[in-house]
Design a protein around this ligand. Structure first.
Ligand SMILES: Nc1ncnc2c1ncn2[C@@H]1O[C@H](COP(=O)(O)OP(=O)(O)O)[C@@H](O)[C@H]1O
Ligand SMILES: [Mg+2]
Length: 212
């Protein structure tokens, strides 16, 4: 593929959206074409699925398996319609959450079977894994404190995942570490309990080291 594909992962409030914006600026300043997207969502179909997943928009609780397949349906649509065409075009694609979120949330936190999830993920992305995955690692409590300040004074409310128990989120974080151990070549783990600028500079070092 002529383009490069970078995904950002990490617990709630770890700074994924913030760091994607900054990396986009850095890459664009070097004259590269950058396309940023997010999961679930990133396509018209995916954004409708996102609404179902995050806010129980259909008015009934989702079963674990239905949840898993909705996430991966959104991912397949994003991959086929947006990410692969952009990579073929030579663009850099930055994606806020991807396959590893499924493994961390549905696998390690909900307890669904890991080999099954691997197979479903592979099917959804046609085997095309990210070139680099930046894992922003942060204590769960610290991430939630950041979210509280982000929500303060807005009418935004916590989504279905943010409302899960803290124990759930600890399993997510631990799961991310297991995933990084499994594929150390693809992952770069970054301590996200620092200033936005310090993290951005480490993200940039990781990108340069792995891809430039
Ligand atoms: N390194 C940081 N230190 C302190 N606050 C941060 C840092 N990075 C992001 N934030 C703030 O924390 C909140 C969550 O960051 P965000 O990038 O939205 O995280 P995520 O996308 O991973 O949920 C935002 O209000 C953001 O401005
Ligand atoms: Mg975000």
């Amino acid at each position: 593929m002529p383009g490069k594909f970078i995904t950002f992962e990490g617990p709630e409030g770890s700074g994924k959206s913030t760091q994607i914006r900054l990396l986009q600026e850095t890459l664009e300043a070097r004259g590269l074409n950058v396309f940023c997207t997010r999961e679930p969502g990133g396509t018209a179909t995916g954004e409708q699925i996102r609404n179902l997943l995050q806010h129980d928009a259909a008015g009934e609780p989702l079963s674990d398996r239905a949840e898993l397949l909705l996430f991966t349906a959104s991912r397949a649509q994003l991959m086929d319609r947006v990410i692969l065409p952009a990579l073929e075009n030579g663009d850099w694609v930055l994606c806020d959450r991807f396959i590893d979120s499924t493994m961390a949330y549905q696998g390690f936190a909900r307890g669904m079977d890991i080999p099954t999830l691997d197979a479903i993920n592979d099917f959804a992305i046609g085997g095309h894994k990210p070139d680099l995955t930046v894992l922003l690692d942060l204590e769960i409590e610290a991430g939630f404190q950041r979210l509280e300040s982000r929500y303060a004074g807005t009418n935004e409310s916590h989504d279905r995942f943010e409302r899960e128990a803290r124990e759930f989120h600890h399993r997510v974080r631990e799961g991310y570490h297991r995933l990084a151990e499994r594929e150390p070549q693809r992952f770069s783990i970054i301590d996200a309990d620092r200033s936005i600028e310090a993290i951005a500079s480490e993200v940039w070092n990781a990108v340069q080291g792995a891809l430039l």
